[in-house]
Write a protein that binds this ligand. Structure first.
Ligand SMILES: Nc1ncnc2c1ncn2[C@@H]1O[C@H](COP(=O)(O)OP(=O)(O)OP(=O)(O)O)[C@@H](O)[C@H]1O
Length: 387
């Protein structure tokens, strides 16, 4: 997939149809991936385990060689077209999941490590700048074992930033930290990278992390890019059923059309012809084949009200601070997830009436019976709200 939105300003990185296959027996870990990263942008590589995120990062860093395609960093081809530039000559900083700090070196020495070739006074000045950038003043002489996980992560970031790289690559940078530290460091990580003015790509399988830190998010699946866009566009207009499910974690309701309504487990929902026309246009299916669709309903678009006569029960509940997440079950066995304000506290086993906010429904064509591997064949999606 090519990213059309990114052709105008200065590109720091350009991937053109990059493919990596580890063995002929396996499908490619990265398959024909193309995108451009603009100077100063933060890009999240998001996707489930095994989708090729780390391999793509390692290809950019130069730890893996692609079979085909090319990689250009700061207008210099570093891989492809008969060219190969070694990792240490690419101007790329790397932050690993386990930080990879040298245990026998102090904070200062760890950060200076990548600057060894430069004259002494420049090195100590740059080390101090990098330490200030990540807020570790006063800890210069400590060893890694004398630092918290979050502090070690900042040392790793300072070490990557110190040589003024074109690009910093971060492999699951926050995954080894506990939840509280991770939430705080999300914002800090973004602020530090923005203050440094460095372009960065970070790998994550955490949707919230990707949406909250990045300027743009690339969703990967089976080695391919499913969608690359701003966090808002990815969340509001997922380009495929996979992105919708992975990023928004929405509910999907089977819906059978009966004249001007869709019949669902939550009752009747009015059909708009615009919505039907839009799915028809995108799916190459006739109206007859669109009697059966899937409606995507976000967790926050379900409203709950206690009602003893309802056949939907609260099966479980999770307190999230400002809101509750409820797991609901219909009498037919369908599970739904709803997020409501924390002021609505419904005990488990309560029977509830469920109302849908139909303004933000999105319509997908369901997978046909012949499409045996649902992950590979995407249902098309309309993004047309049902009114
Ligand atoms: N060195 C290797 N040799 C053979 N296969 C590999 C190698 N590295 C990765 N793979 C395979 O390539 C695919 C993509 O792996 P990769 O580590 O890039 O995924 P990922 O999205 O980063 O997963 P995770 O989130 O679990 O780290 C997987 O099927 C993996 O088994």
């Amino acid at each position: 997939m090519t990213d059309p939105s990114s052709q105008e300003s200065a590109a720091v990185l350009c991937l053109d149809a990059i493919t990596k296959q580890f063995s002929s027996a396996a499908s490619p870990a990265v398959s024909s991936v193309s995108f451009t990263l603009q100077q100063g942008d933060l890009l999240a590589l998001l996707g489930p385990s095994g989708c090729g995120k780390t391999t793509l990062l390692r290809l950019i860093a130069g730890f893996e060689q692609p079979q085909s395609g090319s990689i250009t960093i700061a207008e210099q081809i570093v891989a492809g077209n008969g060219t190969w530039v070694a990792p240490e000559k690419r101007g790329v900083g790397m932050v690993f999941q386990d930080y990879a700090l040298f245990p026998h070196l102090t904070v200062q020495q760890n950060i200076a490590f990548g600057l060894r070739q430069k004259p002494g006074s420049t090195v100590s000045q740059r080390v101090q700048e990098a330490i200030a950038l990540v807020g570790l003043q006063g800890m210069e002489q400590r060893y890694p074992h004398q630092l918290s996980g979050g502090q070690q992560q900042r040392v790793a970031l300072a070490r990557a930033l110190a040589p003024y790289p074109f690009l910093v690559l971060l492999d699951e940078p926050l995954s080894n930290l506990d939840v509280q530290v991770r939430l705080r460091l999300r914002q800090e990580l973004r602020e530090i990278l923005k203050a440094a003015g460095t372009s960065a790509i970070f790998v994550t399988h955490d949707q919230e992390e990707a949406l909250s830190i990045a300027d743009r998010v690339a969703v990967m699946r089976h080695g391919q890019l499913e969608q690359l866009d701003t966090p808002e566009a990815i969340y509001r207009q997922p380009a495929s059923r996979f992105v919708a499910e992975f990023v928004t974690q929405a509910n999907f309701l089977s819906a059978c059309r009966q004249d001007q309504v869709w019949q669902t487990v939550l009752g009747k929902i009015p059909v708009t012809l615009t919505a039907v026309d839009a799915i028809e246009a995108q799916s190459n299916r006739s109206k007859d084949q669109l009697e059966q669709v899937e409606l995507m309903v976000r967790q926050e678009d379900l409203s709950l009200e206690a009602d003893e006569t309802s056949d939907i029960i609260v099966r479980d509940r999770q307190f999230l601070g400002r809101e509750y997440r409820y797991w609901l079950q219909t009498s037919a066995g369908q599970e739904l997830v709803a997020r409501t304000a924390a002021s609505l506290r419904l005990p488990i086993h309560t029977r509830v009436q469920v109302t849908i906010n139909t303004q933000r429904l999105q319509v997908f064509v369901p997978l046909s019976a012949r499409e045996t591997e649902p992950d590979r064949t995407m249902a098309k999606q309309t993004n047309i709200p049902v009114r």
